[in-house]
Design a protein around this ligand. Structure first.
Ligand SMILES: NC(=O)C1=CN([C@@H]2O[C@H](COP(=O)(O)OP(=O)(O)OC[C@H]3O[C@@H](n4cnc5c(N)ncnc54)[C@H](O)[C@@H]3O)[C@@H](O)[C@H]2O)C=CC1
Ligand SMILES: O=C([O-])CC(=O)C(=O)O
Length: 315
């Protein structure tokens, strides 16, 4: 049997979608099909053509095409959903729920129809609830519907620690649990620099400031950009998850996973440590939490549940 490149569909060709297309192609993870809603002109085709023309310079062989026709995602192995509106200064991610849940349902119906065997990564906010909507709409097994938050939140935490200590990002491994909101739970107790627990080398007030800045990391960028939200680091996070799955790497990465009893929760999508490989989420890793850590996680899960309830009333 001939070997073929994977097809990766990226739905939503805005800031994050087009950046994902470029980063995935640069890594030659597969041929990328960028999809967005039809327009009088054809910006999605135009973006894809521009992106493709970086390939001779950067020496990658992945193809990138643009379309507004879902038939073009037929049999994609992976679908990355970035479609939806982004928040503006003064808004929370949850303020996007009504608009983005509608978009997520219509996109997920197309994914179910044209790429029924795909593994889906969801980015659109509020992402824990949007991943739930995608799961319920596609009816795909839970291991194949996965949300992105923790890779990005951990990257922010690691970047701040690297700046604080003036040491390489390569040696820092932070750990963030919970929903992708300001009440997410960065767990200092499970965070290290070169194997050394962070609380041994960073004073507690500085560490608390880093935790707080991580929680509000998305909002900091929304405030600075003025008209939209972060996209380079979110795209890099999606591509790291996609690579772990496409190459069956079995990496331990945080994912937004459907929980059926893990950490004490049922029927919810929430950020937890997972093993990501060829079968998507191959397992959820449960860790012992202190009473205070569990309380913080419960608080975050309650916020996610209330947004999921809003979505369920619309479904
Ligand atoms: N989970 C996370 O960590 C992060 C989530 N986000 C979220 O990702 C989403 C996208 O952000 P950006 O790319 O910056 O926004 P953007 O506005 O640049 O791009 C969104 C694109 O989605 C398209 N779109 C809207 N409805 C569609 C539909 N029915 N079918 C196909 N495409 C459709 C729009 O035309 C637009 O091109 C937002 O909801 C944002 O809040 C962004 C960064 C991080
Ligand atoms: O903050 C936002 O609206 C976008 C996002 O989720 C992030 O950058 O973490």
């Amino acid at each position: 049997m001939a070997f073929k490149r994977h097809k990766i569909a990226v739905i939503g060709a805005g800031h994050t979608g087009s950046t994902v297309a470029l980063m995935a192609a640069q890594k030659e993870l597969g041929d990328v099909v960028l999809v967005d809603i039809p327009d009088l002109s054809n910006p999605t085709k135009g973006k894809a053509l521009d992106l493709l023309q970086t390939s001779p310079v950067q020496q990658f062989n992945s193809r990138i095409t643009g379309t507004s026709n879902y038939e073009d995602i037929q049999d994609a192995a992976m679908v990355i959903i970035t479609a939806g509106v982004a928040r503006k200064p003064g808004m929370s991610r949850d303020d996007l729920v009504a608009t983005n849940a509608k978009i997520m349902r219509s996109v997920s119906e197309q994914v179910k129809r044209y790429a029924p065997e795909s593994t889906v990564l969801v980015l659109s906010n509020p992402v824990d609830a949007m991943t739930y909507v995608c799961y319920k709409t596609t009816g795909f097994p839970k291991n194949r519907v996965i949300g992105q938050s923790g890779v990005l939140d951990t990257a922010r935490f690691n970047a701040f620690v690297s700046e604080e200590l003036d040491i390489s990002v390569e040696d820092i491994s932070g750990f963030v649990l919970g929903g992708h909101g300001d009440d997410m739970v960065p767990l200092v107790r499970y965070s290290y620099a070169g194997g050394i627990p962070l609380d041994k080398i960073i004073p507690s007030d500085r560490l608390e400031a880093i935790v707080e800045r991580t929680r509000k990391g998305g909002g900091e960028i929304v405030g600075l950009l003025g008209n939209g939200s972060a996209y380079y680091a979110p795209a890099a996070a999606l591509v790291e998850m996609a690579e772990a799955i496409i190459k069956d790497k079995k990496r331990i990465l945080p994912s937004i996973a459907y929980l059926e009893g893990e950490y004490g929760y049922q029927n919810i999508y929430l950020g937890v440590p997972t093993v990501l490989g060829g079968n998507g989420i191959e397992s959820v890793i449960e860790l012992p939490l202190t009473v205070d850590e569990q309380k913080a996680l419960d608080h975050s899960a309650d916020s996610v549940k209330s947004v999921i309830e809003i979505c369920e009333r619309q479904m």
